[in-house]
Write a protein that binds this ligand. Structure first.
Ligand code: ZN
Length: 312
């Protein structure tokens, strides 16, 4: 029995660092020149995607998780576990850090912490990201933050299109201007801002979270080599695993002509990030997000496209 594919209606955020790529390059119908994030697959109070098609049209992903859980097999938890975003950073994002589950549960009303990973969709030739910091111990970290020694603190690394980066809770990080990424993350929206380049939003600086940041930042930072994965892009028509951690598995699928993929996970999230084609006869293109539900079986993909897929 082949179940219905769940196609999702994304939700968007406007941000001081956002741009216009999500409309111009990803085909989304969203106005404004400050569009920072497309939440392509989300079941969160701050953004809850609706199903576009079939017998579940108009329902939210959070409703399905609660009322039609058979679509997600034995995946456990009160909330849908993952959140998928496409982020267009026209300008630098704030230097930030996320808590882990334990800290978030205690300090953020039972929220999840946030493990996240980035697939670099596009960037300029000399792009860099902030991953980690240079403080050797807690005392040095405090001194660098309290005395605004930002260039001493921040560790920037060069990146290129197609790189994949895992960001543990407690890792200082920031996306720099000019970079577009697909983010796979725990279903959480807790961010502690360490430094925001002294920018103003509506005439005033955005709130910083220095105490929480000091509480959760991992010292010393993990070596860069443990965070950045250079993806071998050559395989076509098969799932290439980018990472497996306790919260998610992420894959890349290059469709060239035709690919048959068996869905035997609790659910399988897919985001088309380049090109176009079809899945079991239904047209999809750059910017389409969908879920193959539990027990879907084999899906046949045709066309010329790149997909980032994930599951628990
Ligand atoms: Zn983050």
């Amino acid at each position: 029995m082949s179940k219905e594919i769940l196609f999702l209606e994304p939700v968007f955020t406007h941000n001081i660092w956002g741009g216009t790529k999500l409309r111009e390059e990803y085909n989304y119908n969203i106005e404004g020149d400050d569009i920072g994030e497309c939440w392509g697959v989300a079941a969160h109070d701050n953004g809850n995607c609706k199903i576009q098609n079939g017998s579940n049209a108009g329902k939210t992903l959070a409703e399905l998780w609660k009322d039609s859980h058979e679509l997600f097999g034995d995946a456990a938890g009160e909330r849908f576990p993952l959140l998928i975003k496409i982020i267009d950073a026209k300008d630098d994002l704030s230097i930030q850090v996320h808590p882990d589950d334990t800290y978030a549960a205690e300090h953020e009303n039972g929220s999840f912490g946030k493990m996240e990973c980035w697939y670099i969709l596009d960037c300029q030739n000399d792009s860099s990201l902030v991953i980690g910091h240079n403080a050797r111990d807690k005392k040095e970290l405090e001194d660098m933050i309290e005395n605004k020694r930002w260039s001493d603190l921040i560790r920037e690394i060069p990146v290129k299109k197609g790189d994949f980066i895992q960001i543990d809770p407690g890792t200082v990080h920031a996306i720099k201007g000019g970079i577009t990424i697909l983010e796979t993350q725990q279903n959480s929206d807790i961010t502690y801002r360490v430094y925001d380049y002294d920018r103003l939003s509506d005439g005033k600086p955005r709130q910083l979270h220095i105490k929480q940041s000091m509480d959760v930042i991992t010292v010393p930072a993990k070596p860069v080599a443990d965070s950045v994965i250079h993806v071998n892009d050559s395989a076509a028509n098969e799932l290439v695993k980018l990472i497996q951690c306790q919260y998610y598995q992420v894959f890349k699928l290059n469709v060239k002509g035709e690919a048959s993929i068996t869905q035997d996970y609790p659910f399988f999230i897919m985001s088309v990030v380049e090109g176009s084609g079809s899945v079991d006869g239904q047209p999809v293109k750059k910017g389409t997000h969908f879920i193959l539900p539990f027990g879907y079986g084999t899906a046949v993909f045709t066309g010329d496209m790149e997909i980032i897929a994930s599951t628990v």
